[in-house]
Design a protein around this ligand. Structure first.
Ligand code: ZN
Length: 300
């Protein structure tokens, strides 16, 4: 998981948000909007941890409240997330009931509403009053992919922060700080599309080595050195890794192809990408790469 400081440098507004929480001057309600996997919920949890942390510069990861957040046992962090497709009014009422109780160890309280855009309109209305008139020491952190799914009344009461996709150099830095091997980290980033969550999932995925091997084989086929038929078979079930495979192939080609081969090989990969986007089957798309050389040869 990325740490609090890992989120610095993504944008100036996120920097100022981190500063505000780090120095115990957070807004009462905020909404973090961003694409899937950019770390919205991780950031939201870290912000809640900073609110509850007893240290001057939060979060310290050492004090009692921090340790309880890290082990998922801090009852002053109330985490609401969708059950099934939505967050229903009952979940919001339960959360408000807990807020109505005395706080534990006289602390501030934090409410993390993950995927708040999946609150039903009734749930949003039930939440509204607490956002309008927050009790002292209660802080709301909401995350959402689609801001427009939230009622204007909710939006008008929460400070809005956009969490952007992560640049590759920052992804790399974060993965390496977490003890990843450089080549594994590089491969994970290529398939991540700016998502720290996806990069970490790919990094911890033993399949990465296999995808490297498959992309190496594809490069050989593209350079007329490999066996397209057996590779086509092996690729059959790799549809969900398509983008990562294409990217790996594109990265590897220039290192192995001569100039004459490179242009036409890259064109084939680009063509396969286009085919995928127009909903052509994965097998046809990958065969476009693997077999077009045979066509070239047989036609020529
Ligand atoms: Zn702490």
């Amino acid at each position: 998981m990325p740490s609090f400081s890992d989120f610095y440098g993504l944008s100036s507004s996120i920097d100022s948000l981190l500063d505000a929480f780090s120095t115990h001057t957070p807004p009462h309600a905020l909404l973090i909007v961003g694409n899937e996997g950019v770390g919205k919920c991780t950031l939201a949890k870290l912000l809640c941890q900073a609110v509850l942390c007893k240290a001057l510069h939060a979060p310290c990861n050492k004090c009692g409240p921090c340790l309880r957040v890290l082990t998922g046992q801090n009852r002053n962090l109330i985490h609401v997330s969708p059950s099934g497709a939505s967050i229903r009014i009952d979940a919001i009422r339960d959360m408000l009931d807990i807020l109505g109780l005395y706080s534990i160890e006289n602390s501030d309280r934090t409410v993390l509403i993950e995927n708040a855009d999946r609150m039903t309109p009734q749930a949003q209305n039930a939440l509204l009053k607490s956002l309008e008139e927050p009790s002292p020491g209660t802080y709301f952190v909401l995350t959402a992919e689609r801001r427009t799914a939230l009622l204007p009344t909710i939006l008008s009461r929460a400070a809005l922060y956009y969490l952007p996709p992560w640049p590759n150099d920052k992804l790399l830095q974060t993965l390496l700080a977490g003890d990843a091997q450089s080549n594994e980290a590089q491969a994970a980033i290529k398939g991540a599309g700016g998502s720290i969550g996806k990069a970490m999932a790919l990094l911890n995925n033993p399949e990465i080595a296999r995808l490297h091997q498959l992309s190496d084989q594809a490069v050989q086929v593209l350079l007329s050195n490999g066996d397209p038929v057996s590779l086509s078979q092996e690729m059959r079930n790799e549809r969900e890794n398509a983008q990562l495979l294409f990217t790996l192939i594109e990265e590897k080609l220039p290192k192995q192809a001569n100039l004459k081969q490179l242009g036409s090989a890259l064109e084939k990969v680009a063509r396969a990408r286009e085919l995928m986007q127009s909903n052509v089957s994965w097998q046809s798309a990958i065969d476009t790469i693997l077999f077009s050389l045979l066509e070239d040869i047989s036609l020529g």
